[in-house]
Design a protein around this ligand. Structure first.
Ligand code: ADP
Ligand code: MG
Length: 246
């Protein structure tokens, strides 16, 4: 097995606030790890550390065998890691002044020096894959939230990432659009993409996750396959959380 993410004894503070407490977590290639927990428990911080959007103070973090040192600094490593890690946020963060297709072409051309022809073909293929091939020439504001989020996923995929990070990708969507985004994620998982997903969609977690992690006040307090965590949680914090959300 190839480890794509390895965290060992990772700690992170925001000033006096100890947000990540000695996190041990590995993600194997092809694995889908879903992270659940209450608001403010450190889920976003955890996955933001993985592509260096947040620094941490102590412990070990390796992404695809690149060590990402605490207080990272090493911009070369960081750039290398980010090339291989796609991230999708709650807010789609598309470039409003670029068409859908151009949004997807930008990073491959800038970061990977892909030619216009190749980038264009990739964008068209990925837009088909996320089910919006017909929206290529529109601007983000002309799309529904669900469509915009699918563009964001296609944009991340254009870099051919080894790992995809999702931070509550459906939380900003109207309920009727959640399904279409989850469908795309489900397909990705089926195709073998390695994924770390923060979500409140427990149905999705149960169905798609290989492993579910419950984080409470910056600590992993429960971890297991979906049926272990959802049907038979061992930790009373997990039990209380699940009884609120299920
Ligand atoms: P979650 O994603 O589980 O809701 P976060 O990782 O966003 O939690 O936040 C964990 C804790 O860290 C919260 O108490 C939050 O207020 C705090 N926090 C998050 N980002 C920052 C920041 N940039 N500066 C200071 N505190 C932060
Ligand atoms: Mg969050």
């Amino acid at each position: 097995m190839t480890q794509i993410v390895k965290m060992k004894g990772m700690n992170k503070h925001f000033g006096k606030l100890h947000v990540l407490k000695s996190i041990d977590l590995t993600v194997e290639q092809g694995e889908v790890v879903v992270i659940i927990g209450a608001s403010g428990s450190g889920k976003s911080t955890l996955i933001r550390c993985v592509n260096g959007l947040e620094e941490y103070e102590s412990g070990i973090l390796e992404v695809d065998n690149h060590p990402l040192a605490p207080k990272a600094g090493n911009q070369k490593t960081l750039a290398e890691i980010r090339k291989g890690v796609g991230m999708v946020f709650q807010q789609f963060n598309l470039f409003p002044h670029l068409t859908v297709k151009k949004n997807i072409m930008l990073a491959p051309m800038k970061v990977k020096s892909a030619s216009q022809v190749i980038a264009n073909a990739t964008a068209e293929r990925l837009l088909e894959r996320v089910g919006i091939g017909d929206q290529a020439d529109k601007y983000p504001s002309q799309l529904s939230g669900g469509q915009q989020q699918r563009v964001a996923i296609a944009r991340a995929l254009a870099m051919e990432p080894k790992l995809m990070l999702f931070d509550e990708p459906t939380s900003a969507l109207d309920p009727e659009m959640i399904g279409e985004v989850l469908d795309v994620m489900r397909e990705l998982a089926k195709d073998g993409m390695t994924m770390m997903v923060v979500t409140h969609e427990m149905g999705f977690a149960r169905e798609v996750a290989d492993r579910v992690i419950y984080i409470h006040e910056g600590k992993i307090v429960e971890e297991g396959n979906p049926s272990e965590v959802f049907d038979n949680p061992q930790n009373e914090r997990t039990q209380a959380f699940l009884s609120r959300v299920l």
